[in-house]
Ligand binder design. Sequence first.
Ligand code: NAP
Length: 317
Amino acid sequence: MVAENIKTNSGRAELIDGAVVANKIKQEVKSEIAEMVDKLGVRPGLAAVRVGDDPASAVYVKNKIRACEEVGIRSEHHALPASITADQLLSLIQTLNTRDDIHGILVQLPLPKGIVESQIIEAVSPDKDVDGFHPMNVGKLAMGQQSFVPCTPAGIIELLDYNNIELRGTSACVVGRSQIVGRPMAQLLLQRDATVTICHSRTRDLAAVTREADVLIVAIGRIGLIRKQHIKPGATVIDVGMNKLTDPAQIQEMFGDQADSRLAVLAKRGYTLVGDVNPFEADQVAGKRTPVPGGVGLLTVAMLMKNTLMAAKRQIS
Ligand code: NAP
């Protein structure tokens, strides 16, 4: 059994604080926007399009709108009924594409069944595609050209840089190959000269691969799947997962002697937010790790603000 051979570190892994980096980025964006408004009379504008009544999507969009207010981006929220047709949605996007006061467009995913997501993503102008999901931007990223980079992986790079985590020449492993996290993450690590491995649900011996990584980035949506046998001693572990946990026994297993505060959150809210990494076990092996919440999630919104500012700068230049 591999787990028995795992060396443990002497104490807890150092926590990487997402709030510090996210706030720094938002402050920088805010002061650039103030200058842009002052000197050019232009305020960046973001349109958020949400379809249907998925409660998680509503919360995500609300957080993005709140961040816009914080940094001085003018935002508008198009909350549309699930009954909207693809043609109606495409027509709204066409209008937003042509408006001079809208520099960025985000379509909150997932879209209701019946609407083909790829058709909607491709309808957004690549110049206003602040989520970086348009095939043109995906292709540019793959070619190492300047493009809009999806916010979560872009934020992870900021987090690694701010914490002086070496990437050049190191072994980096990304678990998950989604279009929004895993694949663009791997591209960005490659651009930084890491030696990159991508794992997914068909990877035969996941722990054998992840255990080789100096930097392990996990985006799978499986509660606490990454345990100590998956982690190289001293590695940096970035937990992208965002899952709701409602089982007290599982909370105990994931948080050990730190479980009480999570059980209190469970009692209050009916769930607690957890990642794809078991923090109690990761702390015994990893050198550094991001917490959930308080880690990667905060960067995603901050990078959306940064991408919207970048879109405005490009469109007015
Ligand atoms: P996704 O589209 O569902 O993709 C999940 C990926 O994980 C797939 O590539 C899948 O492999 C792989 N996978 C699933 N089970 C696995 C297993 N047992 N072993 C190895 N790989 C496995 O997910 P996503 O959109 O990338 O999101 C992943 C997680 O990150 C979710 O918890 C999501 O909520 C969270 N998230 C957080 C943020 C943030 O801002 N913090 C942003 C985006 C996503 P296959 O390709 O083979 O199916």
